[in-house]
Design a binder for this molecule. Structure first.
Ligand code: GLN
Length: 241
């Protein structure tokens, strides 16, 4: 078995260790004897979504998002087809914003992919801090770090999690991120997956099922260090939980 992971625009969308998410995918597949190929797709390269089982779109500054926008326009249709065919996507912060219709900054409007009918508007006070979420599907709270000027309005989509501590999509809604089919869009950097191995395995399982059918089950890994780290963060910031 083998999964192929497309890392989109790592030269522009690469904030706060987002590429650690790729490392986490690689290690958790290797530990189970599953092969993995990473296809790095820097800006300007040709992107063939048909090869991919997982796509990672990382975070970026407003300036980098504006630069990436011109490349995204060229792949919009292929990316959307991939999503509708249940392709797995992890989109973090700037990448999450770009899945939507637009990101309006203080000075311009950056066009998004329009894969999700959501939008983002910049506001002066940045939302910067540790963040903890709860999603009833996952056993452990989801921990991370957020740093964004944009406020994302997700309408009727299902959020990634309820905010236990931190600010989330708008700082007011009480929710963070978005889910749709096999997409997770989130503001959580840190990077997300090493801090939350359950989320990593969830995405890997989705990709394996899409590629090889429902009989493939990931074996459990011990994860005791990961659980200790998760519990420490949760106790530190969201004691009442
Ligand atoms: N530039 C975007 C914002 O400030 C996204 C930042 C990020 O990816 N951390 O909202």
């Amino acid at each position: 078995m083998k999964l192929t992971i497309g890392h989109l625009y790592p030269d522009l969308l690469n904030l706060y260790g987002d590429r650690g998410n790729i490392q986490c995918f690689i290690k958790r597949l290797q530990w189970r004897g599953i092969d993995v190929d990473i296809v790095s797709c820097p800006s300007g390269s040709r992107i063939d979504f048909e090869r991919f089982d997982i796509v990672l779109l990382g975070g970026g500054s407003d300036r980098e998002q504006e630069l990436v926008c011109q490349y995204l326009k060229k792949v919009r249709k292929d990316f959307k087809d991939y999503v509708e065919e249940d392709g797995v996507v992890l989109a973090v912060c700037g990448g999450y914003q770009l899945l939507g219709n637009y990101y309006k900054t203080s000075s311009k409007t950056i066009e998004g992919l329009g894969i999700l009918d959501i939008y983002t508007e910049w506001s002066k006070k940045r939302l910067v801090q540790n963040i903890i979420l709860k999603n009833p599907f996952f056993l452990n709270p989801i921990v991370g770090f957020e740093n964004h000027g944009g406020r994302t309005y997700i309408g009727n989509y299902t959020p990634f999690g309820k905010v236990l501590f931190g600010l989330g999509n708008t700082g007011k809604s009480g929710y963070e991120g978005v889910t749709y089919k096999n997409i997770i869009g989130t503001y959580l950097h840190g990077p997300l997956l090493p801090k939350n191995p359950e989320i990593c395995d969830y995405l890997l399982q989705k990709a394996l099922t899409r590629k090889y059918g429902g009989n493939i089950r990931l074996t459990a890994l011990p994860d005791s260090l990961e659980h200790t780290a998760n519990t420490y963060i949760v106790k530190r910031f969201a004691r009442s939980f």
